[in-house]
Design a protein around this ligand. Structure first.
Ligand SMILES: Nc1ncnc2c1ncn2[C@@H]1O[C@H](COP(=O)(O)OP(=O)(O)OP(=O)(O)O)[C@@H](O)[C@H]1O
Ligand SMILES: [Mg+2]
Length: 234
């Protein structure tokens, strides 16, 4: 099988000179569910931002064999749905409905199909009653769920989530994990929620100072106290 994501020798420094990623190599097979873990500042969010071309480092990224560059950015963005760490970066419309409808509308779907996709996405995060609310006036957990719905409504082939369970109450967290378990899409999830990793993502990638220091079965990594200790995770 061809990998759905291929990253070769990706390095990236922020404009102020801070090197956030160094020599990242990664192959993701279709349907894999992968956790991206590491201490604060390890580079998880920075790596996710590269998957749909928000940042561009040196090295190469291919999504479905398509090399990520300026010309095919829109095609890659349609394939990779990214939920940001901070929902305020994702929500910009006057109503929840419009935010969740934005992706499918932009994909050129007809209004009836858009309505269906929005309804399904809001139902998936149990936020059907919020369609006409103003996203800015929601609690942070509610915003998080709407941010997730804005990506689910596009049904992208690859889901990239940055801390999806952060700020969710226990029931919402459990329901989100159950939902993600059911979805067949390829997933890369940056998280500090090790219980979710254990339940949801068979493979874990551990970052430290912008480098991959471990990549393997989640249960092996989660049981390796020395590795977790060295990398600031216990
Ligand atoms: N805009 C920026 N300019 C300069 N440096 C940045 C910028 N954003 C992030 N960094 C730095 O890049 C490194 C990686 O940050 P990143 O946000 O990717 O970490 P993270 O693993 O997602 O951390 P967290 O667990 O706190 O979300 C950190 O050292 C951070 O200080
Ligand atoms: Mg982060």
């Amino acid at each position: 099988m061809e990998p759905v994501i291929e990253i070769s020798n990706l390095s990236f420094s922020y404009p102020d000179g801070k090197q956030a990623l160094e020599g990242i190599n990664l192959l993701v097979q279709p349907g894999e569910k992968i956790a991206l873990v590491g201490a604060n500042g390890a580079g998880k969010s920075t790596l996710l931002y590269h998957l749909n071309g928000i940042f561009t480092g040196s090295g190469m990224i291919r999504v479905n064999q398509l090399e990520l560059n300026k010309n095919n950015l829109p095609r890659v963005r349609a394939m990779v749905g990214l939920v940001f760490q901070n929902p305020d970066d994702q929500l910009f419309s006057p109503t929840v409905y419009e935010d969740v409808a934005y992706g499918p509308t932009y994909q050129g779907l007809d209004p009836h199909t858009v309505r269906e996709k929005v309804a399904l996405a809001l139902k998936a995060v149990h936020m059907e009653d919020y369609a006409q609310r103003n996203p800015y006036h929601l609690s942070s957990g509610e915003k998080k769920k709407i941010a997730i719905a804005t990506v689910l409504s596009m049904q992208p082939q690859i889901l990239a989530f940055d801390e999806p369970t952060a700020g969710l109450d226990p029931r919402a967290r459990r329901e989100l994990i159950d939902l993600l378990l059911e979805l067949q899409q390829t997933m890369i999830i940056a998280t500090h929620d090790m219980n979710m990793v254990e339940q949801l993502t068979p493979r874990t990638i551990l970052l430290n100072h912008g480098k991959i220091v471990a990549d393997g079965p989640s249960l092996d990594i989660l049981r390796n106290d020395r590795l977790l200790m060295t990398n600031g995770l216990i």
